[in-house]
Design a protein around this ligand. Structure first.
Ligand code: TRP
Length: 326
């Protein structure tokens, strides 16, 4: 049976946090058994918000190590940098002719970021962010794209571009579909709906037990529960949402004891921190293995890039043939 192909990626912004794991990585690892996976380090996409490239290589390596430490298998899932596969830029150019400025201006992710980051003048490349992403996905003929829900509008744009190309030049591309994790997105430690490095509200996959405890101590809970004895409402408690993911066996008991007031927030947080660390410990151990063997990590990257280049070349030959540019 031919396996269906998955393409997914992330921008290398350094070490990853547990939100990346819950939102996407966990799915990648699960899906690598049944699909043919390709995973991209979107280093060109970083340029849309950060032109200083001095840390980009190190950030890419840090992210790759997190992927490996979580269990992405380099044999099953080639991992590669976008910037090393020239065909991304070529397909990006062709795709940029197949979508209107108007459509890109309506992209909700763009609107959100412009607001969150207070961007006054949108650069040309930023407007084209989803076009490059469409090239990333379709260069590998990705049928499924396991991403966080914030990326769904981008996958929709990829579908539109694929449809348009196929209608004009003939069938080359699948219409990719997003694959979302079942678990809702993890909020940040400050209660913000988004866990994000720029908001400084993350728990990193590389945080040791003491760091996790210290961070949890400051996490927001039900503001009306001030001391043990006060009844709390787990439905609006951030820490409870972490328990659901990292301590599922105890959620019923915690729910009960929080509501009755028997459980205090400090104990509840420390229990949560312990469970998060129980999950993180093997990841940290594996991370250390790779940190001590950077040459092996680079080898994995080069190997992934060689595999990606083969697929990219075949797709572009097909594109050129269909477009009669060859
Ligand atoms: N935009 C994605 C993010 O910010 C990263 C990305 C770039 C991506 N190219 C992709 C995701 C292709 C999936 C497929 O997380």
């Amino acid at each position: 049976m031919v396996k269906k192909r998955i393409l997914s990626g992330m921008r290398p912004t350094g070490k990853l946090h547990i939100g990346h794991y819950v939102g996407a990585l966990e799915n990648w690892i699960k899906l690598q058994e049944d699909y043919e996976n390709y995973h991209l380090i979107a280093d060109y996409h970083v340029l849309t918000t950060k032109l200083d490239t001095r840390e980009i290589f190190q950030d890419s390596i840090d992210m790759l190590i997190d992927w490996l430490a979580c269990g992405v298998d380099p044999v099953k899932s080639p991992m590669f940098r976008q910037s090393q596969i020239k065909e991304h830029t070529e397909l990006n150019l062709i795709f940029s002719m197949l979508i209107t400025v108007n459509r890109l201006e309506r992209n909700p992710t763009l609107k959100d970021q412009v607001r969150d980051l207070n961007i006054e003048n949108v650069i040309y490349g930023y407007l084209g962010y989803p076009v490059l992403q469409a090239a990333d996905i379709l260069l590998y003929k990705g049928q499924y794209v396991p991403v966080g829900e914030d990326q769904v509008p981008h996958v929709e744009i990829s579908r539109e571009i694929a449809r348009r190309f196929n209608a004009i030049y003939g069938e080359v591309f699948p219409e990719p579909e997003p694959l979302l994790t079942k678990f809702p997105r993890l909020s940040g430690l400050d209660g913000n709906a988004k866990m994000s490095k720029s908001l400084n509200n993350t728990i990193l996959l590389s945080d040791d037990a003491a760091t996790v405890k210290a961070k949890l101590k400051k996490a927001v809970t039900d503001p009306l529960k001030i001391r043990r004895g006060d009844p709390g409402n787990p439905d609006i408690c951030l820490v409870f949402s972490y328990h659901k993911k990292f301590n599922p066996g105890e959620v019923d008991e915690i729910d009960r004891n929080c509501r009755s007031g028997a459980l205090g927030c400090v104990d509840c947080k420390m229990n949560c921190a312990n469970n998060i660390s129980k999950f993180l410990d093997p990841i940290i151990e594996k991370r250390k293995y790779y940190e001590d063997r950077i040459d092996e990590v680079k080898e994995i990257l080069h190997d992934g890039e060689n595999k990606a280049k083969i697929v990219a070349k075949i797709t572009m030959e097909e594109v050129h043939t269909k477009m009669m540019l060859g």
